[in-house]
Design a protein around this ligand. Structure first.
Ligand code: PLP
Length: 395
C-alpha cells in the first residue's frame, strides 16, 4: 500500500492538465467509487462514458477471470482464431444492420478513427477527408486533424493534409462533399461541444449525399454507443446506417478497446495492396474481448436499454433550477448548461466534496457532464441530483 499515493502521482505520472485532482481511488463497485479517505462517491461520470455496466459488474468480472485463466495474448491481431474476439465480432454482426457485418478490433477510439480514415482512402482511392467543426475524434495526429477546434491543434502542426470541415447540422454544407471525398467522419451526437444532437434528419441527408458522390460515411459512436441513449447505438434513432461504424469507450465496461465495423467487401481492402493495411499488436486482446462480449450480452438480454427513457425523464424532472440554463443531450448523456466555465468547474468541485462525481465537457466547459453507468438506479439518480441542486443553492 502506497501511503504517498497522491504525492507520487503528481511526481511520477505525466500530467494532462495542471489542475488534476489526484483523487485517491481505493476500489469501485456498481455506481460508486470508494476513495482512500473511506468515503463513497456516486459516479455520474462513469470514467467519461466508459463504465457502461457500472464498476466491477459480476458478469464482466467473471468473463475477464475466465479468459485470464485460459489464455491471454497469444498472437498479434488477425492471425489466430480465439473464442471471445470471434464471438464478439459475430454478435456485433447479428445486432447491427447491413452492411455492418465485419469488425476490426483495436485498442482505443482514436486508433479506430485512424484506421477508418485509412480504410476510406484505400477503398475509394481518394484523398480528402471531411469532418465537422467543433468535432472531437481523438488525440493522435490523424484524429486530432479531424478535431474542430484550432486552439487544440495549433501546437501540433503539421497535421494531416486534405482535411476539410463542414458545419454539423448544416444542409447547405453537404455540397462540400464531392466526388473527391474519400470519407466524411461525423459524431452521431457531438460530444465535446455540448452533447449536440443531429437535427432535421441531418444524418440521413448526410448519408444520402455521401452515397451520391461515392464517399464513405464514417460514424463516430465512440461515446453514445452501447446503450447510453436507449438503443444499442444512437444512430438507430435516426433511420440510416453508416458505411463504417466506429465504437469504443463503453464497449467493454472499463477495459481499453476500440473497433470499426464495415462490410466484408470494404474491410477486405485493408488486407491487400498493401498487405497488412492496418496492423496492431494488442487489437482483439482476448481478455478485453471477453469483457466486451459480456457487456454486449448483458445489454441485449436485460431491460437496461428500455429503462433509459425513464432515467432520462427523471434527470430532466429533477435538474430544474434557475442556474441551469438548459440540459443538452439524450438518454444518459446529459449536459446541464451553467452560466460560465468557471462556475461549472466550481460546481463539479463542490459536488465532489459532497460525494458526487460530475465532470465537464472538453470544449463546452460551462456544461456539466452527466454520463453515469447505464445501470444507475432511480434512487441513485435522485440522490445525485439532490447534491447538484444543493450545491447550486449554496454557491
Ligand atoms: C466521440 C469520440 N471520438 C473519439 C474519442 C477518442 O477515443 P479514445 O480516447 O479511446 O482514443 C473519444 C474519446 O473521448 C470520443 O468521445
Amino acid at each position: 500500500m502506497n501511503t504517498n499515493l497522491k504525492r507520487d502521482f503528481f511526481k511520477f505520472q505525466a500530467k494532462t492538465t495542471q489542475f488534476a485532482s489526484g483523487f485517491e481511488v481505493d476500489y469501485a463497485k456498481g455506481s460508486y467509487i470508494y476513495g482512500k479517505d473511506g468515503k463513497a462517491y456516486l459516479d455520474f461520470a462513469a470514467g467519461v462514458s466508459v463504465n457502461t455496466l457500472g464498476h466491477s459488474h459480476p458478469r464482466v468480472n467473471q468473463a475477464i477471470i475466465d479468459q485470464v485463466n485460459r489464455h491471454q495474448h497469444v498472437m498479434v491481431y488477425g492471425e489466430y482464431a480465439q473464442d471471445n474476439p470471434v464471438q464478439l465480432c459475430k454478435r456485433l454482426a447479428e445486432v447491427l444492420p447491413a452492411p455492418l457485418d465485419t469488425t476490426y478490433l483495436v485498442n482505443s477510439g482514436t486508433e479506430a478513427i485512424e484506421a477508418s480514415m485509412k480504410l476510406a482512402k484505400r477503398y475509394t482511392g481518394r484523398e480528402e477527408i471531411i469532418a465537422c467543426k467543433n468535432a472531437y475524434h481523438g488525440n493522435t495526429h490523424g484524429s486530432l486533424s479531424l478535431g474542430g477546434r484550432e486552439e487544440k491543434k495549433r501546437a501540433f502542426r503539421p497535421l494531416l493534409p486534405m482535411i476539410n470541415f463542414i458545419e454539423f447540422n448544416s444542409e447547405e454544407d453537404l455540397n462540400k462533399i464531392t466526388s473527391k471525398t474519400a470519407g466524411v467522419v461525423v459524431e452521431t451526437i457531438q460530444g465535446a461541444s455540448g452533447f449536440r444532437l443531429p437535427q432535421d434528419n441531418y444524418l440521413k441527408k448526410l448519408k444520402d449525399r455521401c452515397e451520391k458522390v461515392g464517399a464513405l460515411l464514417i460514424l463516430d459512436e465512440i461515446q453514445p454507443g452501447f446503450g447510453r441513449t436507449g438503443k444499442l447505438f444512437a444512430f438507430e434513432h435516426y433511420d440510416f446506417a453508416p458505411d463504417v461504424l466506429v465504437i469504443g469507450k463503453g464497449m467493454a465496461s472499463g477495459m481499453p478497446i476500440g473497433a470499426f465495423v464495415s462490410s466484408a467487401e470494404k474491410m477486405e481492402s485493408l488486407s491487400h495492396s498493401p498487405t497488412l493495411g492496418h496492423i496492431t499488436t494488442f487489437g482483439g486482446n482476448p481478455v478485453v474481448a471477453a469483457a466486451a462480449l459480456a457487456t454486449l450480452d448483458e445489454l441485449i438480454e436485460s431491460d437496461l436499454m428500455i429503462q433509459i427513457d425513464e432515467k432520462e425523464k427523471l434527470f430532466r424532472k429533477l435538474l430544474v433550477h434557475p442556474k441551469i440554463k438548459t440540459v443538452a443531450g439524450r438518454g444518459l448523456m446529459l449536459a446541464p448548461e451553467l452560466e460560465s466555465p468557471e462556475y461549472a468547474l466550481q460546481v463539479a468541485k463542490k459536488c465532489m466534496e459532497k460525494g458526487l462525481i460530475v465532470f465537464w465537457l472538453m470544449y463546452s466547459i460551462q456544461n456539466l457532464r452527466i454520463t453515469p453507468p447505464v445501470t444507475i438506479s432511480l434512487d441513485e439518480i435522485k440522490q445525485g441530483c439532490e447534491i447538484i441542486l444543493e450545491v447550486l443553492n449554496e454557491n
